[in-house]
Every structure is written in C-alpha cells, then in structure tokens.
Design a protein around this ligand. Structure first.
Ligand code: DX5
Ligand code: ZN
Length: 217
C-alpha cells in the first residue's frame, strides 16, 4: 500500500479551516478529531463543522471520533460525507453493527485502539474494518510525545492484517513527526496522521512532502 498522509486539523486555525485545508493540497486526507470532553478530556468540533468542511474542500475527510456512544453518532458523520469514520473500540458497545452501518453508508469503517488496548481481542473484527488506527499517544491533545511502547503492537497488527488478507489500512496517530515516522513505517503502518508536525510549521505542504518521503521505503 502506498504511504498516505492525513494532516490533523486539530493543530490548524479553527477560525480559518477552509484556508487551512487549502494549505495542504498534497494531503491524502484531512484528519478531523472529534472530541466530546467525556471519552477524552478535551472538546473540539462536531457534525456542523464537518458538514461545512465537506463543502469547503475536495480532500476526503478522515473523521476520528473520540467520543462516548459512537454507535449513536458515527453514522451521521458518514451521512455528512466523511470518506472514513473511525470509532474507538473502548467506547463502542455495538462495534459490528456500527462498522457495518458506516460501510453501508459508503464510508470506510475504522476501529481505533488506545495505547493501552491490546490488538488481539479485536482480531475477529478485522473482516468488518477498512482501517485500524493505533494511537501512539493517549488521545485528547495534539503535540504530545510519541509513545515508542506502541511499536511492537504496530508490528503485531501488521502481522494480523497481513494474515487476514484483504486491504486493511494501518493508521498511526499521535506524535508522528519527521523524527518518529520512519519507526512507524518500519513497524508496518501505512497511513500517518500528523497535526503539529504539519500545521505548526511555516510550510504545511512541504512538511507533508517531507513526511511522505521519510515514510516511503
Ligand atoms: C490526538 C489526536 C491526534 C492529534 C495528533 O488525540 O487524535 O490526531 O491531532 O497531533 P500530533 O500530531 O501533534 O501529535
Ligand atoms: Zn486523531
């Protein structure tokens, strides 16, 4: 699978989201972090912003739902036109039903795991997912330090996904920078979320090119 870069608008200027999307024409996706101040201790944006952003850019939206009760809310993000919707395994009470709903609405279905959540119990769900998101920081905030202890889990996830067959993407999110992205790629990740490493630089598009080059082997 070709390397894909999904810059996180969590580090962008929320008052100028259309401009911030336009600043990364070389992005494969725009990563949209939805936080509800319950599943994580931070509050960001929700459906109305996603609906507006959908109209403001042609870059597909990669919605990462860090919310309680994703079974109730996730389908609406697919209906709003998100190309990919990712729910957290720790929050979903009916993940199979929700992942199937997402697919039936035409979105890619993603399942996210926090750093402390093992991958093995979810092997049986691989047939239901288009992407696994392995958090490489505790979710909630941009600009945190990459957790190297997740690297063995990325390797195990790559192994499980390869054994399963099919086309499941392996996304990493949190602390992904020019310094850490090679470790993630070596461990088997192929979709890279980067917030501060893209938007906290003078040239976000150049930062993406640099990340892509480092992750490509
Ligand atoms: C954290 C979010 C990430 C965040 C990453 O909970 O899910 O997507 O934006 O930011 P950086 O790349 O700065 O760690
Ligand atoms: Zn995220």
């Amino acid at each position: 699978m070709a390397v894909q870069i999904s810059p996180s608008i969590l580090s962008a200027d929320f008052a100028r989201l259309a401009d911030e999307a336009a600043a990364v024409p070389n992005a494969d996706w725009l990563h949209v972090d939805v936080m509800d101040n319950h599943f994580v201790p931070n509050l960001t944006l929700g459906l109305p912003v996603v609906e507006s952003l959908r109209k403001a850019t042609s870059t597909p939206l990669d919605c990462h739902l860090m919310i309680e009760d994703p079974d109730r809310w996730a389908p609406a993000y697919a209906e709003a036109g998100a190309g990919s919707v990712t729910i957290h395994a720790e929050a979903a009470k009916a993940p199979i039903r929700t992942l199937r709903q997402l697919r039936s609405l035409g979105a890619r279905a993603g399942l996210a795991l926090n750093p402390g959540t093992a991958i093995e119990p979810y092997e049986g769900l691989l047939s239901e997912v288009d992407m696994l998101l392995l958090m490489t920081v505790e979710p909630g905030f941009g600009g945190q330090k990459f957790l190297d202890l997740v690297l063995p889990k990325i390797r195990r996830a790559r192994h499980l996904v390869d054994r399963h067959g099919g086309d499941i993407w392996l996304q990493v999110d949190g602390g992904v920078t020019a310094e850490t992205i090679e470790r993630c790629a070596d461990a088997g990740a192929d979709v890279f979320v980067a917030g501060s490493a893209v938007y906290d630089t003078p040239d976000p598009a150049a930062a993406i090119d640099n990340l892509r080059a480092k992750a490509t082997r």
